[in-house]
Design a protein around this ligand. Sequence first.
Ligand code: FE
Ligand code: CA
Length: 535
Amino acid sequence: MTTRYQPDNPCRMIRAYDRTLARLSRREWLNAAWALGAAAVLQPALSIGLSAQAPRFSADPFPLGVASGDPLSNAVVIWTRLAPEPLAGGGMPMTNVEVAWEVARDDRFASVVQNGTTVARPELGHSVHVDVTGLAPDREYWYRFRVGGEASEAGRTRTAPLDAARIDRLRFGVCGCAHYEFGYYTAYRRMAEEHFDFVVHTGDYIYEGRANPRAVRQHRGDVCYSLSDYRARYAQYKLDPDLRALHASAPFVVVPDDHEVMDNYAGDHDARDTPPEVFFLRRAAAYQAYYEHMPLRASAIPDGSHIRLYRRLQFGSLLDLHLLDTRQWRSDQACGDGYRTCADARASTQTIMGGAQESWLFRSLAERRGRWTMIGQQVPTFAIDRRSIDPNARFSMDRWDGYVEARRRLYGRLREVGARSTIVLSGDIHQHYASELKMDFADPKSATVGVELTNSSISSGGDGSEVSMDWQRIRGDNPHVKFHSNRRGYIACTVTPEEVRANFRIVERISVPDESARTAGSVVVEAGHPAVNLD
Ligand code: FE
Ligand code: CA
C-alpha cells in the first residue's frame, strides 16, 4: 500500500496528475496522428492540422452514454468512454485521442460556461473523466462531449450547495443491485424521470457471472477475470437505454459492492481459496474497469489492486454524506461465510472497513457540518435474525452481522459525536427495508442511534413478491425493522432541515419492460429523533 491511500494526503499529487491527464504532449500528438491513420474504424486524416487529426468514426463513438458524479459546490466530474464497437473491445485505435467537452447553463447549450479538451487514453479504455471546476454552487448544468465530428448526448448534472449554505430541500435516489439477466432496468428509467439532485448507487452495478440461458436476458461472455472481460461487461450494461437515461438525468455518487469483482469477496480473500496474490490480479482488473466506467475523480485511479473510494461529500448545512468501501479492507467472513450462528463474528479483530478507513470515518463523523449525517455503503448494518428458520444459521456473515464489534464501534461513535440525525444507506439484500439501528439488537429497549434505509434492487432477484417468504417467518424476531418489500425498485429521499422522507418505490414486474412505478410505503424520520415513522 502506498501513501496515496492515506486519507489525509492525496490532494497535491492528484491535482498534478489531473493536469497531465488533460493535455497531449507534442510527442503524443505525433504518435496519435500516425496511429489514427491505421485504425480500422477510422478514415485517415488528410490534412496535418491538429484539428484534422481528430478521428472519423464509422459508428457512434458514444454508445455508452455520458455520466457525471461526486458533485462539489464548485465542481463535478463528467464522464464518457469512446467505444464505437462497445462489445468488441471498444473499437478504438491504441492511441491517445483528444476529446472536447462543454458545460452549459441550459440543455440547448446556448450559454456555455466552460469548455475544454481532455485526452482519452488506451490505458484507461478511452474513458474520459473531467473534473470541471469553477462552477456555481447549487445549480443545474448540462454537459456533452465531441470527438471527430460526433457529439455525445447531453447530460444533466447539478453542483452541491456551498458548505455552509442554508438549503430547504434535497432530493436524491438510492439504488443498487442491477443484475442484467433478471430483467429490465425499468426502475432505472423511473428514477431518471424524477430528475434527482443526485443518485446514490450502493453497488452491484454489474454482476461478474456467465450467461444463464434461461434468464430474461443474457450476459455476453464467460465469467469476468481480465480487464477486457470487465470492460465488456460494463459496456453491455451501459448500452441499456434505461441505465443510460438515468446517468444523463443526474450526477451519481457510487460505491461498489462485491459483484463488481466477484460474489462475496472479502479483502484479499475470494470465495474459492485462491491465493491472495493471485486474486489481487483479478481484483486489480476489476477495480480498474470500475474506475474507467464510473464518474469518479482521479483520486480513485487504482494503484495496483487498491482503489481509494471512501470519501465525504457535503450538501450545505443540510447533509454530510460519508461513502464507505466495506469490501476492499474487510477481514474474511467469520465461520466460512453464509448463514451461521458463529461466535467469531463477535471477535474484535473482525473489521469491515479496515483500520485506516475506520479512523478516517470516525474523524469525519466528528466534523459535523450538516443537520443530517448520512453514511452510504453496501451491506446492511442492522441485524436480521433468522433463528426461526434455522437456529444454527441465525445471521449472514457477509453483512455487518458478521462484524458485530465493528458495528458496535460505529454505532458507539455516532452516539459519542452526538449525531442524533443519522441515516445509513445500504443495499445488497434485494429487498427494501427501513430499520431502526439499536445499540443492542437483542434488546428492543436499547438506545436507537439512527435509521437505515436499504434499497431493494433494480433487477436482481427478478419480479419478487409483496413480502418474502423468509420475512414472514422471521419478522417477529426483528422488531427494529419497520418496513419491508420484496419488489424491485429504488428509494426516493427528500431531505429538509426538519425531516427525511423516504418513498420506497417499486415496480410489479421487471420480466416485462417499461412497467410503471408506485410507492409501496413511505417512512419519515424527524431530525433529532432516531425512529422510523410509517406514513
Ligand atoms: Fe446484489
Ligand atoms: Ca452484494
